[in-house]
Write a protein that binds this ligand. Structure first.
Ligand code: GDP
Length: 301
């Protein structure tokens, strides 16, 4: 994760450290290298431009009277700006004052939504919660079956409900969701995770269904699951989804792949919604909260 970016930034820092003093010229040279490193890692162009400008302003206007050397000060500024970019307080997870809290899971097909629903349930279980799962993807029976397998493998409550032969579409989705919330309360489950229908793209009909689910369930979290390997496409779909529905956060999956990290660094600024968790593999425990400060330390090496 981020190895490529880390290597390139290290090179820029090494060159900067090699300079005796920090002049406007060698800051410019370092910033040029950092800009290139970010763009090559598929960070959004506007995000990169803004970031470089902020770093330049701060680096040139810095006070010299500190214990750090001028180059260390510049590196510290870059660290601070990256943390700012990712958002300082993103790892916070909201719960409803009155259980069960509802978490709506949304995402494009194949993004890892169902796998992530299981991972999140397991993470919540470890934190002392009693989650219940429900799939309202009535369009693909295999999707509901997949969630049942996931629920069984991690030992979590699952609401399946009965589906009549003449039932379909949004009315069925809403009925299942409503029953699941009631069932969660009856079973003493404090959290209901709702795995919604996977989309091929941002499709109006399913977005309408999402809005109705939101109105019905009053979720404390709406998480958009995005595949980090798809880079800027992940950023754009998260933005479209957020503009239309208002999400509370993003889960970036497949961070273990050769994703260049651009999505992770761009999403917060482009969409306004923070990355809250990352998926780092196929197993249920390959999942962690996204801590901007730790991630930036990892990137900066
Ligand atoms: P959905 O269609 O969005 O529900 O996607 P799935 O949950 O079925 O996941 C699609 C594929 O991505 C599956 O093969 C998962 O095992 C895989 N997957 C999900 N999350 C991760 C991850 O963080 N890392 C890796 N390497 N694979 C993942």
């Amino acid at each position: 994760m981020f190895e490529n970016l880390q290597e390139k930034l290290q090179r820029a820092f090494k060159n900067l450290r090699g300079q005796g003093t920090v002049s406007e010229e060698n800051i410019s040279e370092a910033l040029r290298e950092i800009r290139l490193a970010l763009l090559e890692s598929d960070v959004n162009l506007n995000v990169t431009k803004d970031l470089i400008e902020h770093i330049r302003e701060k680096a040139l206007g810095q006070q010299v009277a500190t214990a750090l050397s001028p180059t260390e000060q510049v590196i510290k500024i870059i660290h601070g700006e990256l943390v700012e970019l990712l958002g300082r307080d993103t790892a916070r997870f909201k719960f409803a004052s009155q259980p069960p809290s509802v978490i709506l899971m949304a995402g494009l097909q194949g993004s890892g939504k169902t796998t992530t629903t299981g991972k999140l349930a397991q993470w919540l279980k470890k934190g002392g919660h009693r989650p219940m799962l429900v799939s309202v993807d009535v369009y693909r029976p295999a999707a509901r079956e997949q969630l049942a397998v996931v629920a069984k493998s991690i030992g979590t409550q699952l609401y399946t409900g009965n589906v009549g032969a003449d039932e379909a579409g949004t009315p069925l989705v809403l009925r299942l969701a409503k029953e699941a919330k009631r069932d969660a309360a009856n079973f003493g489950c404090d959290i209901l995770l709702v795995d919604t229908a996977g989309r091929l793209g941002i499709d109006e009909e399913l977005m309408g269904e999402m809005s109705e689910l939101k109105k019905l369930l009053n979720p404390s979290e709406i998480l958009f699951v995005a595949d980090a390997m798809t880079g800027q496409d992940a950023v754009n779909s998260a933005k479209a989804f957020h503009d239309r529905l208002g999400i509370t956060g993003v889960v970036l999956t497949k961070m273990d792949g050769d994703a260049r990290g651009g999505a992770a660094l761009s999403i917060r600024q482009v969409t306004g919604a923070p990355v809250k968790f990352i998926g780092t593999g196929e197993k249920p425990d390959a999942f962690e909260p996204f801590h901007p400060d730790r991630i930036v330390s990892r990137i900066m090496g």
